[in-house]
Ligand binder design. Sequence first.
Ligand code: C2E
Ligand code: MG
Ligand code: MG
Ligand code: MG
Length: 277
Amino acid sequence: KKEGKGAYRFFEPTMDAAARERHRLVLDLRAAIGTEQLELHYQPQFDVDSNRACGFEALLRWTHPEHGPIPPVQFIPLAEETGLILPLGEWVLREACREAASWALPLGIAVNLSIAQLGQADLCEVVRTVLEETGLKPERLELEVTESLFLKGSARSQEVLRDLKALGVRISMDDFGTGYSSLVTLQAFPFDKIKIDRSFVSQIGVTSKGGAIVRAIISLGESLDIPVIAEGIETEEQLSFLRQHRCAAIQGYLRGKPRPIAEYRRLIAPIENLRVA
Ligand code: C2E
Ligand code: MG
Ligand code: MG
Ligand code: MG
């Protein structure tokens, strides 16, 4: 009993510290919106046949003034839990659309949407306004969602996604195959693109199962007439496998990491893009 009490006293201040740290981080993140601490990096996507850049995914980066870079897997969940994802997500959307609208080539721009944003009553209005303000053509915008959206508040989420599609925006299924009900989700909603999750791509050539699953997803997309893009391509071997099995597009460190757009100027200028091919 004595020991138990001691252990309790020992752990309590530690937990308080962790909770305080979290709270501090949330406050810092709120304050970071609209400052240079937050920026978007852009990762290029390539058409497998032509080898040309066909679009970019915008990925949020936070450089904390004291802690340095904090990865999205750490701060996005915090933002989701606290509702901060709404102003944050709107900033990402506006920034990505503004950037893409300035490109000489009309490449696609993919933006990740979180579940909380789909629950936002005026999401469709926000997207419409951002498109209007930035002048980006709706068909150039791709919103990436994961199937977790369909588990919680499914009916409402699908309604919002349909409204977004009616604006002319395209909807991609991100991290395909990693959830509990990928096929059900695919059946429930008319996605415009399927993104094969990196965890399958990384198994190409490593296990026979890995390649088989990637092949099956590509042919699933073919049967449903939905283009498939593979995420997380890191090796030439993976790329030639995907080319051989007629995957439409790729995204991965092999061809480009998420970087500030300034480093990809050559891909969005018409002549240089042709030269890369
Ligand atoms: P995601 O949407 O599936 O994004 C792809 C992630 O894979 C990115 O991680 C990207 O940097 C990483 N990646 C791309 N190619 C490779 C590769 O070849 N090898 C490896 N090892 N990794 C690769 P990142 O930027 O850390 O983002 C992680 C997740 O955080 C994203 O997964 C997305 O779910 C979320 N996220 C990022 N930015 C935003 C945002 O603006 N809004 C929302 N709601 N979520 C975001
Ligand atoms: Mg994504
Ligand atoms: Mg993904
Ligand atoms: Mg993801």
